[in-house]
Design a binder for this molecule. Structure first.
Ligand code: HEC
Ligand code: HEC
Ligand code: HEC
Ligand code: HEC
Ligand code: HEC
Length: 325
């Protein structure tokens, strides 16, 4: 659905973007933004950070654009939950990461800085690819001076530091990662979240997060056994951060249906701000055994490992990460 919409939009601007200098194209409103005057008159339209990604990058990077369109990054500003909980972003402290400027320019060891224009694009291509100096061109892995968008090699693009300004200040994900064995091996967030896919050079910018059932399943190993009068559920977090990661809207639920028909739930999620309950989520790479008493030593009818993508989601709508027997 989103892909179809993005495709249609893309089709509709291709004509426009093919001749970006066309004087009959009225200047979009965002060029009036305060910051626009601070920019040294950018020589090419795709070098302006305040253009929609659809106009600035999509004409030449269609695949990346369509992938990004399906990711949470593209929806950071329009996401219904984010809009509601930030009161339509009138809570200014919520804007910085949901519509950020180029983090390579604003600093990789500080919180991201809010952008004045083109906020609908959320985490815009240039939030990550804008150059440190703010000059025309994009941050890439190679110097390609003859390519129209003038990519320059910026080492940091290929490091976890790129994620810090938005994923550390409120969430502590980089600190969690630092405690994992993956950190000792110098592994990258991008290995899982911007995966290299077969037949696609470079890295996918798509929906590789908690809303993708197949992806979530890769993050947890699960086994069950009966030991005397107890059911033992063994869990192993295969990610280098907590499971579930970051988001307060996700939860992991172990559902045990006893032979009697009685159902037991044990759930793990990040507590809300101000909530006093402890954070019992799995630690990075943790293995944990949960024990459930079995009345009459009768083996359970069924054990299910569920992943809920929003609070109060019914069991039947949750992702099933595992089932036993
Ligand atoms: C430091 C950067 C940062 C700031 C500041 C920030 N967010 Fe976020 N927000 C994120 C990141 C990263 C995610 C994605 C992972 C997660 O859920 O934590 C996110 C996700 C969310 C989600 C989940 C979206 C969904 O559909 O599940 C909501 C809601 C949200 N933020 C609301 C807010 C509100 C309200 C504020 C202000 C009080 C705020 N954010 C401030 C970085 C930030
Ligand atoms: C007019 C076409 C055009 C536009 C518009 C354009 N690019 Fe490019 N881009 C290219 C070409 C051509 C290459 C080189 C591809 C290659 O050699 O593999 C490239 C390469 C790149 C690279 C990869 C550099 C590397 O290390 O391999 C990045 C990153 C990039 N572009 C980002 C962007 C972003 C972000 C935008 C929008 C702000 C954008 N581009 C707009 C044509 C364009
Ligand atoms: C400039 C800010 C910013 C940077 C840099 C950034 N993110 Fe995000 N990221 C966000 C925000 C904001 C969200 C949540 C959007 C929402 O749901 O409202 C998010 C969401 C995500 C999600 C959930 C994806 C999904 O589709 O469900 C993942 C995974 C993620 N980011 C990984 C990364 C990784 C890995 C890096 C570093 C390579 C990174 N991000 C860099 C701001 C950022
Ligand atoms: C959250 C950060 C982030 C955002 C947003 C983002 N990128 Fe990237 N981009 C990366 C990272 C990280 C890499 C991969 C670096 C590597 O290979 O190690 C990358 C790689 C690329 C490449 C190299 C070729 C490829 O296919 O991998 C291009 C081109 C590119 N991005 C264009 C874009 C465009 C266009 C957008 C917006 C539609 C965009 N990016 C949005 C972080 C981002
Ligand atoms: C070995 C693969 C792997 C690596 C490496 C990894 N993650 Fe994850 N990540 C996952 C899996 C699987 C999930 C989904 C399950 C969960 O929520 O824990 C996830 C979830 C997330 C989410 C929540 C997405 C959502 O929509 O709920 C964010 C944000 C995130 N990771 C950021 C990061 C950052 C930042 C790093 C680097 C410090 C990183 N991840 C490293 C596998 C990985």
């Amino acid at each position: 659905m989103r892909r179809a919409l993005a495709g249609a939009l893309l089709g509709s601007v291709l004509g426009l973007a093919a001749c970006p200098e066309d004087p009959s194209t009225p200047a979009p409103e965002w060029t009036q933004a305060e910051n626009a005057s601070e920019l040294e008159s950018p020589p090419s339209p795709w070098a302006e950070p305040w253009r929609p990604a659809l106009v600035a990058c999509a004409p030449c990077h269609e695949r990346v654009f369509l992938e990004w369109s399906e990711s949470a990054h593209a929806h950071a500003w329009t996401d219904r939950n984010a809009r509601q909980s930030s009161r339509e972003f009138t809570r200014v402290e919520c804007r910085s990461c949901h519509a950020p400027q180029a983090v390579l320019a604003t600093g990789l060891d500080v919180i991201a800085v809010e952008r004045e224009a083109q906020r609908e694009d959320g985490v815009h291509c240039l939030s990550c690819h804008g150059l440190p100096s703010g000059e025309a061109g994009v941050a890439g892995l190679r110097d390609l001076p003859t390519a129209p968008c003038r990519p320059r090699r910026v080492e940091a693009l290929a490091t976890n530091a790129l994620c810090f300004p938005c994923h550390e200040p409120r969430q502590g994900t980089l600190a969690e990662f630092a405690r994992s064995s993956a950190a000792a091996r110098d592994e990258r967030c991008a290995t899982c979240h911007f995966p290299a896919l077969e037949g696609r050079p470079g890295r996918s910018h798509g929906d590789w997060g908690g809303a993708n059932e197949r992806f979530v399943r890769t993050g947890l190993r699960f086994a069950c056994r009966v030991e005397g009068e107890a059911l033992v559920v063994e869990l192993e977090n295969r990610t280098p951060h907590r499971f579930p990661a970051e988001s307060r809207t996700r939860s992991l639920v172990v559902r045990v249906e006893h032979e009697s028909g009685a159902v037991e739930h044990r759930s793990f999620r990040r507590p809300n701000e101000g909530e006093s309950s402890p954070d019992e989520r799995l630690e990075p790479e943790e293995r944990r055994e949960l024990r459930f008493a079995l009345p009459g030593a009768e083996a359970p009818r069924r054990v299910e490992l569920l992943f809920k993508t929003f609070p109060l989601q019914p069991d039947a709508a949750a992702f099933v990460l595992g089932r036993w027997p």
